[in-house]
Design a protein around this ligand. Structure first.
Ligand code: NIG
Ligand code: FE
Length: 417
């Protein structure tokens, strides 16, 4: 019996482990997997024997770069319809906040989602997810939050779980019943919060449909006090929490997230220094969403310098959603984060690997290291910085999930796409 199931060799490895080399790079590297776990990582010359003699399957990746499989820690991937009409109004000058009322904005997607059957929701989301995987993602978080009634929220979470099972990657589900107050509860905010806390949350916890709970704490959604009610209930039920924080105005949402020991606080465009300091003390990860910033033509940037100064880990995500970020490829987000927020290409890659895994509470991935899950992404690039350089073309040559290739296998030879 071979020592390993598979060895990939002829590779440049961006291990993303801390150390002196940028990206934790290993040139002319090899990586070996056994039972879905990374069993060996290093220079090819340090392998004790020829790859063919050590593994059942030896793959020459032809000089390509290998990173940890990318982690997308914030998406609203499952929804009905689209928001093209909102987009047209917004490019003509209407603001996101103005679109939040009436039948447009999130309320429109809620109506379209309630009207969509499970099969349609699944099929449309699966198509988006295939694009994500083809662009390097092997772990994806999916939020509910476009149902806002018991039946539809459960449907969204079930579809999210099924996407993970059928497409063969890790899906982490997050219940976002507190996305906004739905139109049918417009004058009864407390009644809606009671529905979320007393009915939906206990049921979702009982049926193990969500790995975490999120709340949109902002001026068009829930106040800090209302958000705290949801976070208290989630914590009582033993669920991890996350917060959509300070996207539109600073309501103190990042500090609230920290107070609840949230895995992450996301958006953060308007977060002040106090919120950042609180996040640092709590170990809460900052998830930045440059797709939403770009689509909404925001001008206030998240406090990147303060996040760095306080040592808050920075993660990045597509925020894939129909209203503010119809983005399905993480490499696009890397580029936007560098160009719009001034992240370094190294910070950008860390933001969709190690730090993104932390934002989901996962410590078994995000670096190429023996003992971690063997989730890999292979790239037709000459350096890891090139991942942030291209915009709109895919340089991904395939992914490996739990030790097995998914999608296209790397071709032999040259590195052109
Ligand atoms: O993350 N900020 C709140 N929620 C989503 C957008 C939802 C929508 O507009 O449909 C976001 O940007
Ligand atoms: Fe979001």
């Amino acid at each position: 019996m071979s020592r390993y199931d598979t060895i990939w060799y002829g590779a440049q490895l961006a291990t993303m482990t801390a150390g002196s080399a940028p990206y934790g790079a290993i040139e002319d590297g090899a990586i070996a997997a056994r039972d879905g776990t990374i069993a060996w990582v290093g220079r090819r010359g340090d392998l004790p024997d020829e790859p063919e003699r050590l593994a059942d399957r030896a793959v020459d990746v032809g000089g390509r770069w290998i990173t940890p499989g990318l982690v997308d820690p914030h998406t609203h991937l499952v929804f009905g319809g689209d928001r093209v009409a909102d987009f047209e109004r917004r490019v003509a000058g209407q603001s996101y906040v103005a679109a939040a009322g009436g039948g447009t904005g999130i309320a429109h997607t809620v109506a379209m989602t309630r009207a969509a059957d499970e099969e349609t929701l699944y099929r449309d989301a699966a198509q988006r997810m295939r694009t994500m995987i083809a662009n390097g993602s092997t772990t994806i978080e999916i939020k509910s939050g476009y149902g806002l009634d018991v039946e539809t929220e459960l449907r969204l979470l079930r579809v999210a779980r099924r996407l993970g099972h059928e497409l063969g990657i890790t899906v982490r589900t997050t219940y976002l019943g507190a996305h906004v107050v739905p139109p049918d509860y417009a004058q009864r905010r407390d009644a809606y919060l009671a529905l979320v806390c007393d009915e939906m949350l206990p049921r979702i916890a009982r049926e193990h449909l969500a790995d975490a709970v999120d709340v949109f704490c902002d001026e068009i959604a829930f106040s800090p006090a209302e958000s705290a009610r949801v976070l208290d209930t989630a914590r009582r039920l033993g669920l991890a929490v996350k917060v959509h924080a300070d996207q539109i105005v600073d309501t103190g949402a990042a500090a609230l997230a920290a107070r609840y020991g949230a895995l992450s606080a996301d958006h953060l465009e308007h977060t002040g220094e106090e919120g950042v300091a609180a996040m640092a003390r709590a170990g809460t990860v900052a998830v930045l969403l440059p797709g939403a910033y770009h689509y909404l033509r925001e001008t206030v940037k998240p406090p990147v310098a303060a996040l760095r100064a306080h040592g808050v880990p920075i993660a990045l995500a597509t925020d894939c959603n129909p209203g503010t970020s119809p983005v399905t490829t993480l490499p696009t987000v890397l580029n936007l984060a560098c160009v719009l927020f001034g992240l370094t290409p190294h910070e950008a890659v860390a933001g969709v690997t190690f730090n993104a895994a932390r934002a989901l509470g996962l410590d078994d991935r995000g670096v190429l290291e023996a003992g971690k899950r063997c989730d890999l992404a292979l790239w037709n690039v000459g350096s890891p910085a090139e991942l942030s350089y291209w915009l709109g073309t895919s340089r991904c040559a395939g992914v490996v999930v739990n030790g097995s290739p998914v999608g296209c296998e790397p071709r032999e030879g040259g590195r052109s796409a």
